[in-house]
Design a protein around this ligand. Structure first.
Ligand code: DC
Length: 236
């Protein structure tokens, strides 16, 4: 008997390795993976391209009405690419210009209601791993497994630096550190669904863990949290 599918919510600060873990879990469990941060990045890209004055709530609502976000499976990368109005924007959303503005955009109430409503719909059938800042607190408060990830700040800076250096060799460690500190600050102090650990979230500090160790630990938690028909051993 197969274990029933659950919802896995992963929250934490920027560059803690949430998406790495979430993707590996989804692949192993044959669940879908949704990077909720990519949705806020997509909205930010739209606002920048269309010069939306996002201090004006009316203009934000008008802009949102023209935004359609979808995730499209890419056979080559074996991952889902995010599409904005049918354009694959995955190559642009990690640019520094987006990283500099995304926390401000993600703090806007209308933006959050729009993104959260879509995220909730994506979880209706369960079998989903979603990572972000408010997944266990606002999007899926009833998720069977909630994880709050953390890692040493310098470990996070170096991880993000290496990732960004591949596409932008002019980036400096100081720029990356400044951006992470600022985003952590905005994400955890904003009025709308600030980043905080849900009471029932399990803390995972992965500073000293390999990817394999981390995945093994979490698969154990998935097994504990997945309901199985009485008497049957779960299989994955
Ligand atoms: O995970 P990320 O760095 O791609 O997220 C980009 C920004 O989006 C981050 O600064 C905070 C915001 N975010 C959010 O407010 N809520 C989420 N569920 C996911 C991301």
């Amino acid at each position: 008997m197969l274990a029933q599918k659950i919802i896995i919510a992963i929250d934490g600060y920027s560059s803690c390795g949430k998406s790495t873990l979430a993707k590996e879990l989804a692949a192993k469990l044959k669940y879908s993976y949704i990077d909720s941060g990519a949705m806020y990045r997509a909205i930010t890209l739209y606002f920048l391209r269309h010069h939306v004055d996002y201090s004006d709530h009316g203009k934000v609502l008008d802009a949102i009405a023209n935004i359609n976000i979808s995730f499209v499976y890419n056979e080559q990368s074996r991952n889902s690419d995010i599409h904005l109005n049918d354009e694959n924007i995955a190559p642009y959303i990690r640019d520094m210009i987006i990283s500099e503005k995304v926390s401000e955009v993600a703090a806007i109430r209308e933006v959050r209601s729009f993104a959260v409503a879509q995220q909730k719909r994506m979880g209706r059938k369960k079998g989903i791993v979603m990572d972000g800042r408010d997944i266990g607190t606002a999007v899926f408060p009833d998720a069977e497994l909630k994880i709050f990830m953390t890692a040493d700040p310098e470990v996070r800076v170096m991880r993000r630096f290496k990732e960004m250096y591949e596409t932008n060799p002019h980036i400096t460690i100081d720029e990356v550190r400044h951006n992470l500190e600022l985003r952590d600050y905005i994400d955890s102090t904003r009025e709308e669904s600030p980043l905080h650990r849900a009471d029932d979230a399990i803390l995972l500090d992965n500073s000293g863990l390999t990817r394999e160790e981390q995945l093994d630990i979490v698969l154990g938690w998935v097994q504990e949290k997945s309901p199985t028909p009485k008497g049957a051993a779960p299989q994955y």
